[in-house]
Design a protein around this ligand. Structure first.
Ligand SMILES: Cc1cc2nc3c(=O)[nH]c(=O)nc-3n(C[C@H](O)[C@H](O)[C@H](O)COP(=O)(O)O)c2cc1C
Length: 217
């Protein structure tokens, strides 16, 4: 699909964020945590809950969880979506548009990220523009890092900026007990702190910038 076709296929919110709809600089940052797995029996909730507990340490964050398992978008993009699809978009697109920052909680499937996540990304456009994206990844040997490196390419195309620091769990299931508690949390907590520090710096800087000048993506 060429750029012009893709742009016109998007049925989400307008491309330009104006100064008038941008919150004041002191307002909490709106962080959308995107859960990338919709697999039956997925491990995603354990990692997500752990990360949410880390984000809760930042009282300047207003967190929304967007779970791809609850976003029923078809894989066929459409110029004229059905009423059912419009209803799904009416729920999820404004939440993405409202976010000042994203953290994607993603596993690795076959050296990449889940198709359901790509579908959510592709159904949208301006919602990602001029915003930071951080990653919490998990998987087998690689800890999901190959999925993250591929996502950096995708989000560059979406006019987003990705955060250098990541949290990754290799052999993810071995790090958590049956109640979902991290068995030895200090390293992961340090990584999450670095990620959140960088993410919030970029989120504030870019929110301020968007409030002064609409992003011309
Ligand atoms: C289809 C499939 C492919 C996978 N491929 C990889 C892989 O390439 N590298 C890796 O480290 N783990 C891989 N795994 C292991 C997953 O990352 C791991 O099972 C993880 O828990 C999946 O996340 P989920 O349970 O939230 O869906 C794969 C798992 C599945 C189901």
């Amino acid at each position: 699909m060429d750029n012009a076709t893709r742009e016109s296929a998007q049925v989400s919110t307008p491309a330009i964020t104006t100064a008038t709809d941008t919150p004041p600089a002191a307002a909490p940052l709106r962080l959308a945590v995107i859960v990338a797995s919709n697999r039956e029996g997925r491990f995603a909730p354990v990692v997500t809950e752990w990360f949410l507990s880390r984000a809760a340490e930042h009282d300047d964050l207003d967190v929304d969880v967007i779970d791809v398992a609850r976003v029923d978008l078809p894989t066929a993009l459409s110029f004229s979506p059905s009423d059912d699809v419009k209803a799904v978009l009416a729920d999820v697109s404004p939440r993405l548009a409202a976010a000042d920052a994203f953290v994607v909680v993603t596993p690795e499937y076959n050296h990449s990220f889940p198709a359901a996540l790509k579908n959510l990304i592709d159904w949208h456009g301006s919602e990602w523009h001029a915003k930071p994206v951080g990653f919490v990844s998990y998987g087998g040997m690689s800890g999901g890092l190959r999925a993250v490196e591929q996502l950096r390419q995708v989000f560059a195309e979406m006019h987003a900026t990705t955060i250098r620091e990541t949290v990754s769990f290799h052999g993810a299931w071995s790090h958590f007990d049956v109640d979902g508690r991290h068995k030895d949390p200090s390293g992961a907590e340090t990584a999450a702190k670095a990620l959140l520090n960088q993410l919030t710096w970029w989120a504030r800087a870019l929110r301020d910038a968007r409030s002064v000048r609409p992003y011309g993506g």
